[in-house]
Design a protein around this ligand. Structure first.
Ligand code: ATP
Length: 362
């Protein structure tokens, strides 16, 4: 009998709804072709446009429904002109991370043959690593609560044992899973600034304790500034990188750049009981409503959702479909005439949906 999953959908702002539409069409096609699982999508209000209308960015009913769902699919959110009174942007995605303790921000950086990467990849090398960004504390701890006076401003960075232990367990488990699948060398790198800040020396110390429990995996450390350099000079050396919230925020955009642009970078924020899947990019208000937004990052985030649900609930067909979807996107990326304007082509958002479906059912 088909295993039924309820997916809480947040369509987002700007290009958010435009890139969610093809994603839901593709997921529906994939799941209806399977006897093993079904997906039921329920859309909930949240975001900057909703805040403008109602004064609420993430209604309690939406939060509750998201918590009760099997997974959360979230499109780009926020609008530069819509802000809270303190000047910060509307970001329900950050509220969800905190509400459900989604400590592991998973940002895969994979460069396939069709990716317009700015790097020249040497023969025999491949860029395929995962950046894990802690997503509930770090320098985001006082987000919206920083102290600002006429003469100074302060934010507090928080590293806790509880969250760091879960984070490092997750990182080593991921490295082990990748190694088992024949991807990566089974290595976890702790990215920090332990030479300057005591909080990062503490972070590193907790990492080393977890590393000692995994003698079959390699563990090492790198400073965040050196990591930025190496992500450009030798990204093929990385396997799993794990880091603090703000460092991860910055490095994940660098990772998106390596892949050829924000429109190609998926992400997942994963906790012990819930997960949110969303593209790395923002709501791109400059191109909203024009039908030319690239939906690939959203589609690849949906592929991550299928794999997460399939692994968690032991439904191999979902893991297979996640991989098939990724392969279909790779096929589309090899056809330069099929790409949206951000990647130098002339295709539309709806055209990408057709191209992905054609590649899936070729
Ligand atoms: P945020 O701070 O919310 O992440 P941002 O300020 O980084 O947002 P984005 O909204 O991500 O900005 O947009 C940055 C640039 O990338 C814009 O020019 C936008 O049009 C472009 N862009 C982002 N996502 C896409 C996409 N999916 N398709 C096409 N262009 C995109």
């Amino acid at each position: 009998m088909a295993r039924a999953f309820q997916i809480a959908v947040f369509e987002g702002d700007g290009i958010g709804p435009e890139i969610m539409t093809p994603t839901l069409h593709i997921l529906t096609q994939l799941s209806t072709a399977r006897a093993d699982y079904s997906l039921d999508f329920v859309t909930h209000p949240a975001g900057a446009a909703h805040y403008s209308k109602t004064g609420e960015s993430l209604p309690a009913t939406s939060l509750e429904a998201a918590g009760a769902a099997d997974a959360i699919l979230l499109s780009a959110m926020g609008l530069p002109d819509v802000r809270y009174e303190d000047g910060t942007e509307i970001s329900p995605q950050i509220d969800l991370r905190k509400a459900f303790n989604l400590f592991a921000g998973v940002r895969p950086v994979r460069v396939g043959p069709g990716h317009p990467t700015p790097l020249k990849i040497p023969e025999g090398r491949a860029i395929d690593f995962v950046l894990i960004r802690e997503s509930t504390e770090g320098l985001f701890h006082t987000q919206g609560r920083g102290e600002v006076s006429a003469d100074e401003a302060r934010e507090t960075l928080l590293i806790t044992r509880k969250v760091s232990e879960k984070l490092f367990q997750f990182a080593f488990q991921l490295a082990q899973d990748r190694k088992n699948r024949g991807v990566g060398q089974g290595r976890v790198t702790c990215v920090d600034k332990a030479n300057v800040f005591r909080a990062f020396a503490y972070f590193r110390g907790l990492f080393d304790v977890e590393a000692a429990k995994h003698p079959g995996l390699n563990a090492d450390h790198a400073y965040v500034d050196a990591t930025a350099l190496w992500m450009v000079q030798k990204p093929w050396d990385f396997d799993v990188l794990v880091t603090e919230n703000m460092f991860g925020d910055i490095l994940s955009d660098l990772g998106a750049g390596l892949m050829g642009g924000l429109g190609l970078a998926p992400s997942a924020d994963i906790g012990l009981n819930q997960a949110v899947f969303q593209p790395c990019h923002g709501s791109a208000p400059d191109i909203a409503g024009e039908g030319k937004a690239n939906p690939i990052a959203m589609i690849l985030s949906a592929a991550m959702m299928l794999e997460w649900l399939g692994t968690r609930h032991d439904v191999p067909a979902m893991i297979e479909d996640g991989q098939r979807l990724r392969d279909a996107v790779e096929t589309v990326l090899l056809q330069s005439d099929q790409l949206t304007p951000d990647l130098g082509g002339g295709n539309t958002t709806a055209g990408i949906e057709q191209a992905v479906l054609a590649a899936l059912y070729a």
